[in-house]
Design a protein around this ligand. Structure first.
Ligand code: AMP
Ligand code: MN
Ligand code: MN
Ligand code: MN
Length: 316
């Protein structure tokens, strides 16, 4: 694999690179050769709350010029073999992936794991335990929605679920759109599924220490996902990054579908401040819902160490 990995890292595989040089992407920050790689290391399939199969995502990634891909389903790695096989069949490099739900300072934080051994027993058990409880939470969400006149939400959400262990707020959002309560899923979150709203149920996910530990002990790299999304005070955010590093975390998403161009700059500075490598991923869920398609983000700023440099021997 060393040769393939080296080619991926050198970013000299033709085709897709030309698209970037034609200027289709906003080129906001100077890039260096090791950063000119169309890596998309964050997306979701029907195995969690995406709407495409791993195979359909692989096809879409390839069409969009992705060279290094990772499928990162929430708290679940049962799609990994299919994703890796589909990537291989399409000539894309692949890293194993997942996105673990963590509770930190009373907020839900997402930790992406990349390049881990998907057979690792401790990681598998940890993810299983994290998934556990989603069903009961979903029942409670449904009860909360019934109190404001929305009936049958649990059964309705289940129709959208590909993996019964992974029923999520996204599936409720799709049901409420289908039944005409809201026009789009973002409205459902704002009106019904976020803190203080009728369908919101506080939940305790994994600890930061456990999530980072499971990933790193399985030979992977832990990445703080979309840091700008969390509603932390500066002190809380500092604590998140400090504790993440202390537990062995090594990277942060800088360029993601959830960040503005200004936030790319902000978290590039944070990555440097904390000595973290940087990741890039669309967080694509669905052609109908996601604003950022696979493989269409700007490259990582050239000042940063790309996370794939830490994972050269884990690239398939
Ligand atoms: P859960 O893990 O069940 O709490 O669901 C979280 C998922 O909901 C995230 O992974 C996103 O896919 C989705 N999500 C969270 N907030 C929003 C939002 N404001 N608009 C649309 N989707 C959201
Ligand atoms: Mn999601
Ligand atoms: Mn997330
Ligand atoms: Mn995600």
């Amino acid at each position: 694999m060393a040769g393939r990995a080296a080619r991926a890292l050198s970013g000299r595989r033709g085709g897709a690179l030309k698209i970037h040089r034609l200027g289709l992407r906003p080129k906001i920050i100077s890039v260096t050769p090791q950063n000119i790689l169309n890596a998309d290391l964050h997306c979701h399939s029907v195995v969690s709350d995406g709407t495409l199969t791993p195979e359909a995502l692989a096809e879409r990634a390839q069409v969009n010029g992705v060279e290094l891909w990772a499928l990162t389903d929430h708290d679940e790695i049962s799609g990994q073999q299919r994703a890796a096989a589909a990537a291989k069949a399409r000539g894309m490099h692949y890293l194993t992936g997942t996105e673990i739900s963590v509770t930190f300072a009373g907020e839900t934080v997402h930790i992406v794991g990349l390049g881990f051994d998907a057979d690792n027993a401790e990681l598998r058990q940890g993810l299983y335990n994290t998934r556990n409880g989603r069903r009961e939470r979903a029942q409670e969400m449904s009860d909360g929605l019934a109190k404001v006149g929305i009936r049958g939400a649990y059964e309705g959400a289940l129709k959208f679920v590909g993996n019964p262990e992974l029923i999520s707020r996204t599936h409720f959002a799709r049901f409420l759109v289908e039944s005409g309560v809201c026009k789009e899923t973002a409205d459902v979150f704002r009106k019904y599924l976020t803190e203080g709203k009728p369908g919101f149920v506080p939940h305790r996910w994994a600890t930061l220490q456990n999530a980072v530990g499971w990933i790193t002990r399985a030979q992977g790299v832990a990445v703080i996902a979309h840091p700008a999304r969390y509603k932390f005070t500066p002190n809380e955010e500092y604590a998140l990054f400090t504790e993440f590093k202390n537990h062995g975390g090594q990277a942060v998403e800088v360029v993601t579908g959830s960040h503005s161009a200004q936030e790319y700059v902000q978290y590039a500075e944070t990555a440097i401040e904390f000595g973290l490598a940087a990741s890039r991923g669309s967080d694509f869920h669905s052609p109908d819902e996601s604003h950022t398609d696979l493989g269409t983000l700007p490259f990582l700023p050239g000042t940063l160490k790309p996370v794939w440099e830490l994972l050269a021997d884990r690239i398939q």
